[in-house]
Design a protein around this ligand. Structure first.
Ligand SMILES: [Zn+2]
Length: 148
């Protein structure tokens, strides 16, 4: 996976992390590795199967929607991550992905209810101080879009 920093129209630097890119419709490209020998699936993408050590994995793009498995509001975060924010584990195409989550009401972040259908988006997750870090995120599938 390559990491690329780009300058936004607002003049700030932005780096996409964790995703393989952004589709023209604004959704992220998430690549899942699939082992043809034991059928295990992995995200993030890997070159060797951690279950059977097979080293010729197939790589497929995940779908745009998933189901929340668990979710929490983070109130004490790592440097570079403004709190509070919502993290969720989301099941998509046979893998469980940890992802930042757009709350329905950003002024009052709440965890997603397990089983909530979500849609993958792309948006800011933190900063290095000089560069804004963007990555894949999710929002409830029935929630209104949030412009970022
Ligand atoms: Zn395997």
């Amino acid at each position: 996976m390559t990491t690329r920093t780009e300058t936004t129209s607002a003049g700030t630097d932005r780096r996409i992390v964790g995703a393989g890119g952004i589709r023209p419709d604004g959704t992220p490209i998430l690549t899942i590795s699939v082992c043809p020998r034991c059928t295990r699936r992995w995200f993030p993408q890997r070159q060797i199967c951690a279950a059977c050590a097979h080293d010729e994995l197939d790589h497929v793009e995940a779908g745009r929607g998933g189901i929340a498995y668990a979710s929490t509001v983070v109130r004490i975060g790592a440097p570079g991550f403004a709190t509070p924010y919502v993290l969720s584990y989301v099941d998509v195409d046979g893998v469980r992905v940890l992802t930042h989550t757009d709350p329905a009401d950003p002024s009052k972040p709440e965890a997603l209810t397990p089983g909530t259908r979500v849609t993958f988006t792309v948006g800011p997750i933190g900063t290095t101080g000089e560069v804004e870090l963007w990555s894949y995120r999710v929002r409830a599938a029935d929630a209104p879009g949030i412009d970022r």
